[in-house]
Design a protein around this ligand. Sequence first.
Ligand SMILES: [Zn+2]
Length: 94
Amino acid sequence: MSDNSLIDALLSPQDPTARQSCKFIIVRGRLSDEAQHALDKAVDGIRQDAGIGKAKRFSATWLAKVLRSFGHDVSVSTIQRHVNKECSCDQPEE
Ligand SMILES: [Zn+2]
């Protein structure tokens, strides 16, 4: 992370009323139905692999690499947030 984005982050305290849109889901929206399905399976795979430790087959790092190699600009932390359900996707609708 560059200093600039750190400074931006430090100057932007969380606003509980504003939902951060999930970049992962934006990338997902650009894919075909079939690719979206495969992507969902990959996310499930990461969730299920979490905690196993060794012999990890799925990881956020792996998924970011795959997506980037196909031209989708998505960061490991974006994927990690989505996998951990810390993004806007899993917030209950109000
Ligand atoms: Zn998300």
